[in-house]
Design a protein around this ligand. Sequence first.
Ligand code: SF4
Length: 347
Amino acid sequence: MKQNIKNLLYTELEEYFVQKYRQKFRAKQVFKWLSLGVTSFAQMTDISKKMAEELSEDFFISDLKILRKETSKDKTVKFLYELSDGNTIESVLMQYKHGMSICISTQVGCNMGCTFCASTVGGKVRDLEAGEILDQVIFTAKAEGVRISNIVLMGIGEPLDNYDNVIRFLKNVNDEHGVNIGYRHISLSTCGLVDGIDRLAQENMPLTLSISLHAPNDGIRNKTMPVSKKYPYHELLGAVKRYLAKTGRRVSFEYTLIKDVNDRPEHARELCQHLKGMLCHVNLIPVNPARGTMAPSELKRIRQFQEMLLSGGLNATVRRTLGTDINAACGQLRRAEFQKSKEGETV
Ligand code: SF4
């Protein structure tokens, strides 16, 4: 079985070239070409025709087909990509003052079942391989002719539920011989898989860990995030504290405000008690219309909530929501939109 060459780490590619050709430097050439989005070995003009043919006997180069591209009023661009097996995923490119940022998917679907999220409808179909995660960065940059400077792993899927592929992707996207995006420009978001957080703390990757918290206690969290039944609040915060102690990196907490569910003053007070003294930042997010059941908090209530966190000693901001009009905002990405619409279902 041929494997996707983009699943190999740079060091593994070096090993391959040393063993087969005694030419370590070839890894540098090939890795660079892959990061530019070539789709065949014949396009690599600095390797011989013979070597290109031999490489294509051992490997294939994955590609992503754009099925649909939508541009929002705020210039956010959402891509619906088709993978080689016909499954679909979405990636979102956003413009910020500090540069282009991409939100990428790590799984086809998701098993975590958060009630405010469209990505989990239908569960998980499969994990994405490292090369398929990387392809979203490579082919989006190529399609738009831009340099991507920031990555958020916050699209479809739970990154820590696809741990090995995600770590492999992170190493490759960070590698100076390829796409070369610094860990400090990468955020990984998790719904709270405690084992994964503990493992990630040992990886020596100075990225930003972002916790989808969305509630001030287990009672409310249990209603919207089934993961909290396995990993309750105190276990999750315990893992975050261990992560902080090991990495010294500030952690971000995502808190989606849902009208009358988690946006009351007593909820803000409870949150302050839990997070006080922690090296963290709270991102307040007005809930996006995803599954039609939850109403966003009013702006006045959001500001009040923020004020209470600030006066409670926490660092808190309200996130600017991008791409809502094209369903590209948090919790709005779907894995199967294309297939469903082909079948004539309402999505
Ligand atoms: S919010 Fe994230 S973890 Fe939760 S269901 Fe959606 S994709 Fe999965």
